[in-house]
Design a protein around this ligand. Sequence first.
Ligand SMILES: *Cc1c(COP(=O)(O)O)cnc(C)c1O
Length: 416
Amino acid sequence: MHYFEYRNDELYAEEVSVNELVREFDTPLYIYSAKTLRRHFRAFDSAFEGIDHLTCYSVKANSNICVLKLLSEMGSGMDIVSGGELFRTLKAGIDPQKIVYSGVGKRENEIREALISNILMFNVESRQELEKIDRIAGEMDTQARISLRINPDVDPKTHPYIATGLQKSKFGLDLEQALESYRLAGDLPHILPIGIDCHIGSQLTSVEPFLEALERIKIFHGHLQEMGLEIKYLDLGGGLGITYDQEAPPHPAEFGQAVRESLKDLDLTLILEPGRVIAGNAGILVTRVLYTKSTPSKNFLIVDAAMNDLLRPSLYGSYHHIAPVEQKNGKTLQTVDVVGPICESGDFLAQGRELPETAQDELLAIFSAGAYGFTMSSQYNSRPRPAEVLVDKDEITLARRKEIYFDLLQLEEQCY
Ligand SMILES: *Cc1c(COP(=O)(O)O)cnc(C)c1O
């Protein structure tokens, strides 16, 4: 669901013509819809109405400060995975008591910064991390609130790169190790274990793996109670999928209903870390066709966006719906590869795609690019990153200006 719609065969972002945005901000261009972000946040958050819960949007999905502010105004907390994301959330004015910090490799300075900020809790992923946090908290004469990220060993049935809750994954602790680490956590003077955390993967299209994980967590929670630990929070992570192509993930209301049912006998505050389901379909990437080229085996649309702007197709073989910004009737379909200018054969946005015949200089919209789009971008091939604009009805905010050549060099001053 989103508010990118055609009016008289021309694509609009809410009340604003995409053509008009391109005239002002050039291509490639990321466009986000505020109304879509709000709607998705509300749909997700209200699925847990009536129980104690905190929705902590996963910053890595789309970390533009304008997006963080918008979600924060709706009451969202934040799930961060780095000191840089902590910096962003604090700059966006997020209440630190609504910030949880996940990630397998937290550095000493990052832990210190999070303690200084007095975030709600750390989601700890190893015994050594637990010991490090205890030591730093001790040096700072404070106590760190923590959850341990447990790895319930369930198969989320998603792309292997974004499956995170299997035993072979680098994330979290298996149940046995986790139990040992909770015992240690209970004894460490500067650690306060207050929660259980898990995040089994991303782009899940069924509630079953979540419920399977919850069953294991409930049993595990029983063991912690026997140990005498006062657990107040259950962080179920993120991972609810969206429709890119033909997927039919559960609606957040259905997901919420199933989770609430499973947790009804537990007196815990639920934390959720949705990313993709909030931002994914709230953004598009607009690109211009530079050249069309037919070889004996293929038709190519060579466009001005590339894998450095949107990595998902190259990294995961992901599908993104692509459509012309201006629809024209009576066009025949053509099977094409949509590729970027980068010097890699893996630089494609779609392969073997049926699109209406597209000419040089036409604009294409790449849908579902609001999550893991700009945040995964790079300057590979010395390509300045595109602008990001946020549209709210007819209001346009330049959320991040287009990079200029000088931005490519400014940290190399000593060399020129
Ligand atoms: C990436 C991530 C999320 C968000 O995942 P989505 O699939 O975007 O909802 C939540 N929690 C953690 C720990 C993550 O790493």
